[in-house]
Design a protein around this ligand. Structure first.
Ligand code: ADP
Ligand code: MG
Length: 189
């Protein structure tokens, strides 16, 4: 059965899935868009929408599986990982609701204020340790995926390509070359 999804271009003030009101756009990648939204009680949360309508139909299923894993990884309990709160589907497009980090990401924070680098590094390493303790590797560690929480601490996010550390991630083609390369080139080892 093909996965059907409608185009959803939410603007500020729009209601998503009868539950959340859009306050602003926080970020947008190739297949995801992140909004700051208010819930019923007026609390700010971050909502990451998988723009399934833009995903070629042959990879929709695998991306949805990955998105479920992204939600599950955000359930790992650590002060240094951005928490997943709930999830849902709007017009056929899955979304994850997570804790809102008002300080934005480390890339913008670093350009705006002086940071204690030893503190940043400690929090990032604590986040990685929490993942590793649960058998996960992040695989896309970069400043854009480190967020500044309400209490000023740093937490890892974007577990979209995180994987099981005991499984081989890179599938090879017949010549032994990787079929698909994950991560971000400039940060990849
Ligand atoms: N919980 C959040 N709180 C505040 N900003 C966020 C949150 N989640 C994501 N963002 C912003 O949106 C950007 C993209 O989110 P991310 O989950 O990394 O998606 P992508 O897969 O598109 O990289 C982040 O770099 C950050 O600036
Ligand atoms: Mg990201």
């Amino acid at each position: 059965m093909p996965v059907v999804a409608q185009r959803c271009n939410f603007a500020i003030g729009d209601i998503i899935d009868n539950r959340f009101q859009v306050s602003k756009v926080l970020g947008e990648g190739s297949f995801g868009k992140v909004y700051a939204v208010k819930d019923y009680s007026g609390n700010l949360q971050a909502l990451k929408l998988l723009k399934l309508w833009e995903v070629p139909s042959d990879i929709r299923e695998s991306l949805m599986t990955r998105f479920d894993m992204e939600f599950e990884t955000g359930r790992i309990n650590s002060d240094y990982l951005v928490h997943s709160i709930s999830h849902g589907v709007v017009e056929g497009n899955p979304y994850i609701v997570m804790e809102y980090c008002p300080g934005g990401d480390l890339l913008s924070a670093a350009s705006q204020s002086h940071l204690d680098l030893a503190e940043v590094a400690t929090h990032v390493l604590c986040g990685l340790k929490a993942l590793h303790n649960c058998g996960k590797v992040h695989r896309d560690l970069k400043p854009e995926n480190v967020l500044v929480k309400k209490n000023g601490e740093f937490a890892l996010t974007d577990f979209g390509i995180s994987g099981d550390r005991n499984k081989r991630m890179t599938e090879r083609n017949i010549l032994g070359k990787p079929k698909q390369i994950f991560g971000t080139y400039v940060y990849a080892s």
